[in-house]
Design a protein around this ligand. Structure first.
Ligand SMILES: [Zn+2]
Length: 609
C-alpha cells in the first residue's frame, strides 16, 4: 500500500504533525497490500475556537480539513477513533490500534466542538516526560488547551525530581534554570499541536513584594521595608501571610502596589507572545485581605476590577492582544458593586467552585439562591452547589464576555472515589450543564498522574467537552471494552461497586471524621476487592487493576479505622498505605501521584501525625 498524505507546506506546524500522526496510525492499521491511498489535509485559516472539522473519506482516500491547523489535527484523531483506535490515557500502554481493511475507511461527516475552552491545568508532582505525555494525549482526547501554572511550572517539576514525600527515592537536583529550559520544551510541544496556552495565575502578589513567583513555599527572607506598605494589613500588621508570598494579598488601595502589579503583567505579556491566556489571580488564601482605612471603603472585587482595567489600559497602549483571565473564587466570588470591566473583549471570566462537593453534579434546579453579605476576613466558602451558582449568576449580571469553569474533580476529590466511575459520571453530567450555566468550557485543575485504576475520568471529560451530546454511559462502555476486552462488563461492575461505596467528601475532610456508615462501606470495599478475581494480565490496564486492588485495601483500612474514631489506628494503617505506594512508585509512576495522594490524605482526610 502506498500511503500518501499531502498538506500545504507553508501552513502551520500542527498540520505537518497531524500528517505524521495519521501516517503512523494508518500504517499500523491497514494491510500492506492494495493500491495507493491518498489523503489531503487542509486548514481553512488561522486557528479559532470552538474548532470545526470535516472528514470525507473513501477506501481510496479523501480529505480531512479543519477550520484551522489544530482543528485538522483534532479531526485526524477523531477519524482514527471512528476507525476503532482508542487513546485511553497519556503515555505508554494506553493505546489500542486495531487492524482494519480498506473498506472500513469510508466516512463522511462534520463536527464542531461543543465548547471553546477544553483543557487541563498542571498540578501535583510531574516529571518532564509526564507533562509531555499529557500534552501529547490532550488532542487525542478532544482537548485544545493546556495551562502551565506560575511563571514557570517549577513547583510541580521540583516536587517530582526532589521526590517529595517519597523517602525511598534518591532526590535529584532541580533548579529554576532547569525549569526554564524544560518549559521551553513544553511550550514547543504544545505549539506543535496548536494548543492554546494558559500561563501564570498565582504568584503575582508575591512578586510585587519582591519574591520570585514560582511556588507556594514559604520564603525566609524578610519583607523589605520599602515593600511593606504594599502588603495587606491584617490585624494591624503588614507582612507575609504564613511566610508564603503566593498566599499574601496586597493593599490594593496602594497606587504603588497597583502600578507594580500592572507593570509585571505587561512585561510578561510582552516577553511571552506564546501565552494565549494570561491569568491574573490574587493570593491563594482567603480571609487575609487588607483592612486599611482605604481598602475597607470598597470591596476586594471592586479593587480587582479596577486593577484589571489598569492592566488592560496598558496592554492596549502597547498594542498587545493577550487575553486576560480573571478568577471568581474566595473573596472574589462576590461581584463588584461599582467597578465594571471596561473592555470585556480583553477578559475571560473563570468560575472556580473550589469548595464544592463532588458527591453530586452541579445543581440547576430549585429557586435561585441569594449571595450572602460580604464580611471582610470572615467569609466561609460555599460547599453547596446552589450557593456556588448564586455567585456565578451575580458576576454574569455585570460581565457578559467569554467564560469557563475551572474545576477540581481530579485535583483532590478523585482520591475519594475508589472506582473512578462515579467521578467520571459527575464530570460528564457537569459538562452537559455548562451551556445552561452560561459557560463556554472547562479547564480541569488536576494531577496529571491520575490513572489509578485508569484514566476514564479524563477520557469522559475530553470527549464530552468536544461533543456535549456524547452519552456518558456509552463513553464508559467504550473505554472499558478497549481497556479490558471480554471482561469489560465484570470490571465495570466491580469498579462501579467500589465507586458506590466511596465518598469523595469524606476523603476531602468534609463532615465528621467519626462516621459509622463509612466504617461499613470501607469493610464492604475490602470484601469487594477480595471477591473480584482479577486475572493478572500483561497489559497496563490489567497490571494496574491488580495494583489498584492492593491500594484500595490499604486505603479502605485506613479510612475504616479513622471513621471508627481510632485516629492512631488510622494513622498506622495510612503508614501501611504509604509503604505500598512509595515502594511501587517507580513501577506505576505515570498513574499515581504519590506526593499528592499523601498530601491530600494527611492534610484533608485526617491522617496527619
Ligand atoms: Zn489596604
Amino acid at each position: 500500500m502506498q500511503l500518501q498524505i499531502t498538506w500545504s507546506p507553508e501552513s502551520a506546524a500542527p498540520l505537518a504533525f497531524a500528517a505524521g500522526e495519521l501516517r503512523r496510525y494508518l500504517a499500523q492499521m491497514l494491510p500492506q497490500e492494495g493500491g495507493p491511498l491518498e489523503i489531503s489535509l487542509a486548514a481553512e485559516g488561522e486557528d479559532t475556537a470552538p474548532e470545526r472539522f470535516s472528514v470525507h473519506m473513501t477506501a481510496e482516500g479523501g480529505a480531512i480539513s479543519g477550520s484551522g491547523p489544530r482543528a485538522a489535527l483534532l479531526g485526524g484523531y477523531d477519524y482514527l477513533r471512528r476507525l476503532g483506535c482508542r487513546f485511553l490515557g497519556p503515555g505508554e500502554g494506553w493505546e489500542k490500534v486495531p487492524a482494519i481493511d480498506r473498506s472500513r475507511l469510508a466516512a463522511d461527516y462534520e463536527k464542531t466542538a461543543s465548547f471553546r475552552h477544553r483543557g487541563v491545568c498542571i498540578e501535583g508532582a510531574d516529571s518532564l516526560e509526564n507533562i509531555l505525555d499529557f500534552i501529547d494525549w490532550l488532542p487525542k482526547a478532544g482537548y485544545n488547551s493546556f495551562f502551565l501554572q506560575f511563571k514557570l511550572p517549577y513547583a510541580f517539576l521540583e516536587r517530582w525530581y526532589r521526590h517529595e514525600k517519597n523517602p525511598l527515592l534518591e532526590p535529584e537536583a532541580y533548579t529554576v534554570d532547569d525549569a526554564a529550559r524544560d518549559t521551553e520544551v513544553l511550550e514547543a510541544a504544545a505549539k506543535k499541536r496548536g494548543l492554546l496556552l494558559h500561563r501564570v495565575g498565582h504568584g503575582w502578589t508575591g512578586e510585587v513584594l519582591g519574591y520570585p513567583a514560582l511556588s507556594w513555599k514559604p520564603d525566609e527572607r524578610p519583607l523589605e521595608a520599602s515593600k511593606r506598605p504594599l502588603a495587606a494589613q491584617v490585624d494591624g500588621v503588614r507582612g507575609l501571610r504564613g511566610g508564603v508570598p503566593a498566599n499574601t494579598n496586597l493593599c490594593y488601595h496602594s497606587a504603588q502596589a497597583v502600578d507594580a502589579f500592572a507593570s509585571l503583567v505587561v512585561d510578561y505579556a510582552r516577553s511571552h507572545p506564546a501565552a494565549d491566556y494570561l491569568h491574573i489571580w490574587l493570593a491563594d488564601e482567603y480571609n487575609s485581605v487588607c483592612e486599611c482605612a482605604g481598602c475597607v471603603k470598597t470591596t476586594v472585587s471592586d479593587q480587582y476590577a479596577a486593577l484589571l482595567n489598569e492592566i488592560d489600559r496598558r496592554l492596549t497602549a502597547e498594542g498587545l492582544e493577550t487575553r486576560l483571565v480573571f478568577l471568581l473564587y474566595q473573596e472574589l466570588l462576590w461581584p463588584p458593586v461599582q467597578e465594571r470591566l471596561r473592555n470585556p473583549d480583553r477578559f475571560v471570566l473563570m468560575f472556580a467552585p473550589i469548595s464544592r462537593t463532588f458527591e453530586a453534579s452541579y445543581c440547576l434546579e430549585g429557586a435561585p439562591r441569594e449571595i450572602p453579605p460580604f464580611a471582610r476576613n470572615r467569609i466561609t466558602l460555599p460547599t453547596d452547589l446552589g450557593e456556588n451558582l448564586a455567585f456565578l449568576r451575580g458576576w454574569q449580571k455585570v460581565f457578559s464576555g467569554e467564560s469557563f469553569v475551572y474545576d477540581y474533580p481530579l485535583g483532590r476529590a478523585h482520591y475519594g472515589d475508589l472506582g473512578y466511575v462515579h467521578i467520571a459520571q459527575v464530570i460528564g453530567s457537569d459538562i452537559k450543564k455548562l451551556r445552561q450555566m452560561g459557560l463556554d468550557g472547562y479547564i480541569s485543575c488536576q494531577e496529571l498522574r491520575c490513572a489509578l485504576p485508569n484514566a476514564l475520568p479524563n477520557y469522559v471529560m475530553g470527549h464530552t467537552l468536544l461533543d456535549e451530546g456524547a452519552d456518558t454511559e456509552e463513553l464508559i462502555d467504550e473505554y472499558f471494552t478497549a481497556a479490558y476486552g471480554e471482561r469489560a462488563g465484570a470490571v465495570r461492575e466491580y469498579l462501579g461497586a467500589l465507586s458506590r461505596l466511596s465518598s469523595c467528601d469524606y476523603v476531602n475532610g468534609k463532615g465528621s471524621r467519626t462516621n459509622p456508615d463509612m466504617v461499613r462501606r470501607m469493610e464492604e470495599a475490602v470484601e469487594t476487592v477480595r471477591a473480584f478475581a482479577s486475572e493478572p494480565g500483561e497489559s497496563l490496564p490489567w497490571r494496574l487493576l491488580a495494583y489498584h486492588g492492593r491500594y484500595v485495601c490499604r486505603m479502605a483500612e485506613a479510612l475504616r479505622r479513622l471513621a471508627m474514631g481510632d485516629r492512631a489506628g488510622g494513622r498506622e494503617a495510612w503508614l501501611a498505605l504509604r509503604k505500598l505506594i512509595t515502594e511501587n512508585e517507580r513501577e506505576f509512576q505515570p498513574c499515581l501521584d504519590v506526593y499528592r495522594v499523601l498530601e491530600v490524605t494527611e492534610k484533608y482526610t485526617g491522617f496527619g501525625a
